[in-house]
Write a protein that binds this ligand. Structure first.
Ligand code: TIU
Length: 228
């Protein structure tokens, strides 16, 4: 059953579907992290947690793959271009020590996924040094190994890491649906513009749709494994 979506229904496949959760890490959602250091109101992003959680639980229920990403750098910052570190004019730069450990460094407390969306053992977490989830990561290797062709995309922030990832995925041939109420930005106008530009021109980059539409379609198309 297709998912009601814009600009037209999204063709839900019988196999090859995965959920991609982008950067739902403390750095962007809690005070004292990278998002805060950049001068943003990080509380805005919390609004989507229930929807991302509902999608995560549904994909688990139907035994469909889930991939989460975290944006972060190696402790020696060898994978952080100086341009990225220098462009931040806040009091704390990437690699500096903040209230949640070193800013945007892999393994630090701030780099952890928020507790509400903690992955289960066996669920893949992709560390990524850039904004896109395909650049310098193992994501595509995982997707190819599992025969994934269709991605339901969620996470933060809409116009930065989420949009970059969806464009990278589209260029690689993946059919992408961005979940409108499961992605958020520090800038509401940027979120709206991103949704519109991605689905314009007959879905030039892909589709957008609601959590409810995705959940309803999943419930119709995939049956939960029988618990014994
Ligand atoms: N600053 C901002 O809006 N986003 C990022 O730096 N990274 C992600 O979007 N994950």
């Amino acid at each position: 059953m297709p998912i009601p979506a814009q600009p037209y229904p999204y063709p839900l496949p019988s196999s090859g579907l995965a959920l991609l959760i982008i950067d739902m890490q403390r750095d962007f959602i809690e005070p004292g992290g990278f998002g805060d250091a950049l001068g943003n109101d990080v509380s805005l992003l919390r609004a989507i947690i229930p929807q991302v959680k509902a999608l995560q639980e549904a994909f688990r229920r139907y035994n469909l793959p889930i991939f989460q990403t975290v944006e972060g750098h190696l402790p020696d910052l060898s994978d952080c271009p100086p341009s990225k570190r220098d462009r931040d004019n806040g009091s704390l730069k990437i690699g500096d020590r903040g209230p949640m450990g070193r800013i945007l460094v892999l393994g630090e407390p701030g780099n952890g996924i928020i507790p509400e969306l903690a992955p289960l053992p066996g669920e893949v977490i992709i560390p990524k040094p850039g904004k896109g989830a395909f650049y310098a990561t193992e994501l595509e290797t995982h997707l190819q190994a599992q025969g994934i062709t269709h991605l339901i995309i969620t996470g933060v922030t809409t116009e930065v890491c989420v949009q970059t990832t969806m464009r990278e995925a589209n260029d690689r041939g993946y059919e992408c649906l961005l979940v409108e109420d499961a992605t958020e930005s520090y800038f509401p106008a940027f979120k709206q513009a991103t949704l519109e530009m991605l689905r314009a021109q007959d879905g030039i980059i892909g589709w957008t749709g609601s959590t409810e539409a995705v959940l309803n379609a999943l419930a119709t198309q995939y049956s939960a494994p029988v618990m014994t």
